[in-house]
Design a protein around this ligand. Structure first.
Ligand SMILES: Cc1cc2nc3c(=O)[nH]c(=O)nc-3n(C[C@H](O)[C@H](O)[C@H](O)COP(=O)(O)OP(=O)(O)OC[C@H]3O[C@@H](n4cnc5c(N)ncnc54)[C@H](O)[C@@H]3O)c2cc1C
Length: 510
């Protein structure tokens, strides 16, 4: 059978695979996504989009659409009265957006398709093999077993990843929560706050709105842990919630009831030759802190431009390896933080007073509070720059406004069509000394929430949210030689490239 050819074959059309596909297609790389589902994934699992992910979506022109589907919360509850204040974040989107995972997936799927990615549904991958020049991916489809041939393959196929199994990679770790009940319900009594959460004696309950009249409930009873396969009794969800919150909020009409356990697991290597793992296929952790989908999306943003560079022939040797080097430690850190949060949430009642005292006091100390907000939101994540790197290398670049074409502000991504630094320098006003003229810096001071956008938009004299950009580097970070026709290394994950990851023609200029 003649294989179907593509440049990058992605397994799984979850959030991770869809973001990756959109980025690759936008960069002009042929990519195919194989998805075993034939229908949209619903009901939702994730319902929180963190600030760093919102920035990533913003850089792709998707943030406004996604923000319009949800509501912002300015803090993330940890336990007791202890919260992480997200309004401290140095970003113009300093909040957690509560929206169903399927809204994020819809926006990403629309973009991927519009950019030219091919998404094949009803294709279940059953085998992945590689050789020095590429990978063969076999999938069961309605037309029988079909083989795709690609230069690179990515397993974004979730917790039970077939790609991971085909690579023979173990997924070491253990379970952290047993028998958490989940219910998507309607409520007769709307809660006072966006997120309602409490733990009393043996019981814990959490309530968050989807924004469309439906609510997500998590309820857990230490005294009644059962296997995941045991059906959930809605009366038990109501009872545990009432014991934890003092009311069951009049919950009714459950559309989804489930019982789950949560694992902490991570593969040892995110890359095996020409095959990569991303998202839940590479790491899973407890839902505490709402970081799973966010981490997968950021994996995809880190990997996409590197794969595009490799396909287009200008990636340095270290560029593809830097995906594992940068993202594996982040996955490990997320696993540790979400694990620590869930253990503190589930702590025995006798230890709760001490926990609340220590946690509450620590998070009132400015630097600790800012660090916690940076960690949980992803805004504080940075990659090691290396011994001889410039100061901004590997760090999230600041979110600033550029002058654009003189009539309206613009983001760097708009000024870098196909990675052309020449265009950006011309359009923002090149000083002739290798640096774009610096625009006046504008800091985000608004309160969180989508309602600020119309006001701000009116100030800038155009509809929609203000246009901002991520500055890549600072004054000592010389602009690449624009006399070359090759593309500059664009890092849509917003981190300034590290020296070891630059292609040779870029390294000369540093
Ligand atoms: C109860 C719960 C609450 C959560 N809350 C949050 C939250 O608030 N915030 C957050 O960030 N994260 C949260 N998460 C985690 C989040 O849902 C996942 O991290 C996220 O879905 C991972 O995305 P992914 O694209 O890597 O994998 P998935 O979403 O699992 O997508 C994988 C895709 O691959 C497809 N697939 C699988 N095998 C094959 C195959 N062999 N061939 C073809 N296709 C295949 C699947 O059908 C699926 O569409 C939560 C998880 C749970 C369980």
């Amino acid at each position: 059978m003649i294989p179907t050819h593509t440049d990058v074959l992605i397994v799984g059309a979850g959030p991770t695979g869809l973001l990756l596909a959109g980025d690759l297609a936008a960069a002009g790389v042929r990519c195919t996504v194989l998805e075993r589902r034939t229908e949209e994934s619903n009901p939702t699992r994730a319902f929180g989009v963190h600030a760093r992910t919102l920035e990533q979506l913003d850089a792709r022109g998707l943030a406004s659409d996604v923000i319009a589907t949800g509501g912002p919360v300015g803090s993330v509850w940890l336990f007791g009265n202890t919260k992480v204040d997200l309004t401290l974040l140095p970003t113009r989107l300093p909040y957690l957006l509560i929206t169903p995972q399927y809204e994020v997936e819809r926006a990403l799927a629309r973009r991927a398709t519009a950019c030219g990615a091919e998404i094949v549904s009803g294709a279940e991958v059953v085998d992945v093999r590689q050789d020095p020049d590429g990978a063969n991916v076999q999938a069961r489809t309605a037309d029988g077993v079909v083989t795709w041939r690609a230069a690179y393959a990515v397993g974004a196929d979730g917790l039970h990843s077939t790609v991971r199994r085909c690579l023979g990679l173990p997924f070491p770790g253990h379970s952290v929560i047993e028998s958490m009940m989940l219910a998507d319900v309607r409520l007769t009594e709307a809660p006072d706050s966006v997120i309602t959460v409490n733990a009393v004696e043996q019981c814990f309950a959490f309530v968050a709105p989807y924004g469309d009249g439906w609510y997500r409930i998590f309820a857990w009873d230490r005294g009644n842990e059962r296997p995941d396969t045991d059906p959930v009794d809605f009366a038990e969800v109501r009872d545990v919630t009432a014991r934890a919150l003092g009311t069951d909020l009049g919950m009714h009409d459950p559309r989804w009831l489930s019982r789950f356990h949560s694992d902490e697991r991570q593969v040892r290597s995110y890359r095996v030759g020409r095959v990569f793992l991303a998202g839940d296929a590479a790491h899973v952790h407890s839902p505490a802190g709402a970081q799973g989908m966010n981490t997968g999306l950021q994996d995809a943003a880190n990997l996409s431009w590197k794969l595009a560079a490799a396909v287009q022939g200008w990636a340095s040797d270290g560029l593809l390896d830097s995906y594992h080097a940068e993202r594996h430690p982040v996955g490990r850190m997320v696993m540790r933080t979400s694990g620590a949060i869930i253990r503190l949430v589930m702590i025995r009642p006798v230890q709760r007073t001490a926990r609340n005292l220590v946690g509450g006091t620590a998070l009132r100390v400015g630097p600790i509070a800012r660090r916690a907000a940076g960690t949980i939101s992803g805004v504080g994540i940075e990659y090691p720059g290396g011994d001889h790197a410039h100061a901004p290398a590997g760090k999230r670049a600041e979110d600033i406004l550029l002058a654009g074409d003189g009539r309206r502000p613009a983001r760097l991504y708009e000024l870098l069509p196909r990675g052309s630094v020449r265009a950006a320098r011309t359009r923002v006003g090149n000083t002739g000394r290798g640096h774009p003229r610096r625009p006046a810096r504008r800091r985000a001071v608004d309160r969180p929430g989508p309602r600020r956008h119309p006001r701000r938009a009116a100030r800038h004299g155009h509809p929609g949210p203000p246009r901002r950009l991520h500055r890549l580097g600072h004054r000592r970070h010389r602009a690449p030689n624009t006399s070359t026709t090759r593309s500059a290394p664009r890092s849509p994950d917003g981190a300034a490239p590290r020296p070891g990851t630059l292609p040779p023609h870029q390294r000369r200029n540093r």
